[in-house]
Design a binder for this molecule. Sequence first.
Ligand SMILES: *Cc1c(COP(=O)(O)O)cnc(C)c1O
Length: 454
Amino acid sequence: MGVIFRSTNREVSEATFREVIFKGQPEDYGLYIPTEIPSLSNDDISSFRQKSYPEIAYEIIRCFTEGEIPLSELERMVSDAYNFDVPLQNVHNDFYLLWLTKGPTASFKDFAARMLARMMEYFAKAENRKITVLVATSGDTGGAVANAFYHLENVDVVVLFPYKEVTERQRKQMTTLEDNISAIAIKGKFDDCQAIVKRAFNDRELKHLSLTSANSINFGRLLPQIVYYFYAYSRLDVKDIVFSVPSGNFGNLMGGVFAKRMGLPVRRFIVAVNENDEFPNFLHTGQYRPVVPSRECSSNAMNVGHPSNLARLIDIYGGHLTDERDRETGKVIERGVLKKMPEMERLRNDFIAYSIKEDEVDEVIVRFYKQYKILVEPHGAVGIKAAEKSEERPPIISLETADPAKFPEKITKLLKVEPPLPFSLSGLDSKKEYFEVLENNYDDFKRYLLSKKF
Ligand SMILES: *Cc1c(COP(=O)(O)O)cnc(C)c1O
């Protein structure tokens, strides 16, 4: 039997892995988490030393998909999805950088999107149905999802992005593909795209399209992110380990938390955030206050003032965090209400959190280039600085979540060098784009969806 899931709000019945993948979010607006987290023995974990990335992915993901995805299928999926390098670079002493940047869109989101795509395709084919994935993006997610689902059967993707608020490279990762990928520029902000997508999911007149979500509320986005924590540990010969995780919606961090629960000897997680400091403040004071509106920092994929995955983290530590909603309409009345406190002592033992300022990011980018000849970008720099501030006992692994060429502005300004384009991004600049521009208006989008021949 596979793992069974429940909602953090506990108002809906339990669900299977397949239901969780298709539904994304339960009807009570909670988040799905496993009722029981599978565990691996020390021997299992030691055996990873001899295994490749796809082999480790297979061993971990099968713990959650037993009985739902045949092992031969799973084996094919992981070797298909993980056909790129995952370098662990030693910087000095026992300090390492894990480069999660070698996938097709040069962001760590490739790890989750590529596996989720293949699992969705498998389930859609098995049930002989067509599904349509809707995804709202502020930049990185859209490209990763579009690339991951490109040319897959039985699945169409519609990506909504804010017309004027993504970089040219980010836009081209979504708009140059065609086939089963459609890109829509909304004349609005990311929040407007997100609101349109959420309404579409709840629209009865769109039921026949089998709409589903690829945002990180979907547990299928977290499961693949457990793997690289085990992988990184398996490349070192150490007793235990500390990870520093650049964090926005806390999806990346949750991968690590599940890895620890499964048996990985993680001594502590360093939660590295930019100037959106709601989580460090919460650990410190026990009071949770979302940052509204979120603060704009150069690590823009982490400009999150109320992380969507925090509800999962709080739940795992015995608490209950939820948005207060109107019973009738589902409209949010108050964000991030702590209905039950988590066990703060355990939380403070497992996590240490730092908010990193913009000038500290600059300092790291300059120093890493001068001292070690290593180019890092703002998200990775937040992780590095937090690791340094923590004074945790090494070994420490800090995650780098994007290729510097994706966020070149700071680097060119500070170092006067152009970050080299990785293979995956080269050629993008000259490709032809296909996308529609729509007003910031739900009815226009709905008309578009209904007129489209999927
Ligand atoms: C999405 C993203 C993050 C934040 O990850 P979360 O899972 O939302 O915490 C960090 N860095 C980059 C480059 C990203 O795209």
